[in-house]
Design a protein around this ligand. Structure first.
Ligand code: CMC
Length: 436
């Protein structure tokens, strides 16, 4: 129930001016009314009843959730109540994964057994490698990863038992464990290099970096600053409540599809340049701008709507994205090891001018998570095609947490929105020879 500090009734009175009738509907927690309460509003008894129209779900609540809290106006992000700043500073990625998936931070022994389970599931069936071998040398890593995850569904048919919590947890562990392996295999294919198999004694991120960058039999050990930077980036990307890809995961999962198929759909949603593909689009944009002198002319084109300033703006944040602030600080640490990314100056100049310009200020457009992350990834040696993949690996945790919550929510059922049909009225079929 909304708490407005007085004893006023927590209801809304709707007057239908077509009929003069009034309806009282309850206001629920979060200042929401139930869309189904509108259905009673009718002109005639045999009317279908009123619905709400909300393309792109800009003002529609699709679930009650306990996973991630965002206050977009204040720039606040919390996982299960814990501020993102504290988690990025003090937790490991697998600790955060456990928190998101189970609801509480793990005890030492819970974390130990979770890390062991994830570590034991990092290998993939050799035939998955053959699937990946079938791709062209220049295939986009994200296309390969989506296909590989969809293919996993055929290797683990028991994943279809989505109502069994134990079976479900096993698939969750498998997916968290195998994503870095699949991503690294896709990268090695792209580079024409033999795959490097997982090494169980390494941390989640160190193992990933090892599978990506090790050449020959030499013991590759990632720089600890870079290993931690990747861990921080993974924590920041782990969940973001009901975004486009989480919604895809929930919608596909609502038909009771297995989690591998659902995850492939979520990854496809993430791939687009307006969502997780934005980090790649930012880098390409910075390369296209080329130098600091070209920034003002580029921003003029943005204001004329001939360009979009990638990495800026957000549906929910109308303040600085808290993840972007942390990433900016992480970038400084990474550049101390790798050397400064020359594109950073262009990014800083874009931000400096944009934060002063009326166009951006009046629309509340601030840097989002994707604005600086690509600069770090590039400095660490990742090709741009890997950027959305680096988003998908940690977000797997969020998608699975959202999927699990959806399955356990007795109010959820198969997702199926309505439409207002505005096409042709009934008409008779015209044989082809009579069509003008
Ligand atoms: N550059 C220029 N103008 C923009 C931008 C931008 N990046 N973003 C929004 N606008 C303008 C937009 O043209 C509109 O102007 P007007 O009122 O004159 O029509 C106004 O701001 C409101 O934008 P909108 O498109 O209605 O906002 P939305 O909530 O539908 O879109 C967004 C949110 C993230 C898709 C959009 O801001 C965008 O395209 N940003 C660039 C892509 C990007 O960085 N995406 C990553 C988002 S964060 C990570 C993630 O979700 O994966």
């Amino acid at each position: 129930m909304a708490d407005n500090g007085n004893d006023a009734k927590q209801t809304l009175t709707i007057r239908d001016n077509r009929t003069g009738r009034e309806y009282e509907v309850e206001i629920h927690e979060g200042d929401v009314i139930r869309a189904m309460d509108l259905r009673q509003i009718k002109v005639n008894e045999d009317d279908f009843g009123m619905m709400s129209y909300d393309p792109a779900f800009t003002n529609t609540v699709s679930t009650r959730s306990t996973i991630t809290f965002i206050d977009g106006g204040k720039g606040i992000l919390r996982y299960r109540g814990y501020p993102i700043e504290q988690l990025a500073e003090r937790a490991t990625f697998l600790e955060v994964a456990y928190l998101l998936l189970k609801g509480e931070l793990p005890t030492e022994s819970e974390l130990e057994s979770f890390v062991r389970d994830v570590t034991l599931h990092t290998y993939v069936h050799e035939n998955i490698r053959t699937v990946l071998d079938g791709f062209r040398y220049d295939a986009h890593a994200m296309g390969m990863l989506i296909s590989a995850v969809a293919a996993l569904s055929t290797f683990y048919p028991e994943g279809k038992q989505i109502r069994d919590p134990e079976v479900r947890w096993e698939q969750i562990v498998r997916l968290v464990a195998k994503m870095p392996t699949l991503a690294a295999f896709a990268y090695r294919h792209h580079r024409g290099l033999p795959v490097v198999y997982p090494e169980n004694e390494l941390s989640y991120t160190a193992n990933f970096l090892n599978m990506l960058f090790r050449i020959g039999g030499k013991g590759y050990r990632p720089n600890p600053v870079l290993e931690r930077a990747l861990e921080v980036l993974f924590i920041l990307h782990a969940d973001h409540e009901q975004n486009c890809s989480a919604t895809a995961m929930r919608v596909v999962g609502s038909s009771e599809a297995d989690p591998y198929s659902g995850l492939a759909a979520a990854m496809a949603a993430l791939y687009g340049p307006l969502h997780g593909g934005a980090n790649e689009a930012v880098l390409r944009m910075l390369q296209r701008i080329g130098s600091v002198e070209n920034v003002p002319a580029f921003l003029e084109r943005v204001k004329a709507k001939e360009e979009r300033l990638m990495g800026f703006g957000h549906r929910v944040y109308k303040a600085y994205d808290p993840r972007a602030s942390i990433i900016k600080r992480t970038a400084d640490q990474v550049f101390e090891v790798t050397g400064r990314n020359p594109l950073l100056d262009i990014a800083l100049e874009l931000e400096r001018i944009a934060l002063e310009e009326e166009y951006f200020v009046s629309r509340n457009l601030y840097p989002n998570v994707d604005f600086y992350s690509g600069l770090i990834y590039q400095a660490m040696g990742f090709p741009v095609e890997m950027f959305p993949v680096l988003f998908a690996i940690p977000r797997t945790v969020g998608w699975l947490a959202q999927w699990q919550e959806m399955l356990e929510d007795p109010e959820q059922k198969i997702a199926r929105p309505r439409q207002v049909y505005v096409g042709a009225d009934q008409r008779d079929f015209v044989p082809i020879e009579q069509r003008g």
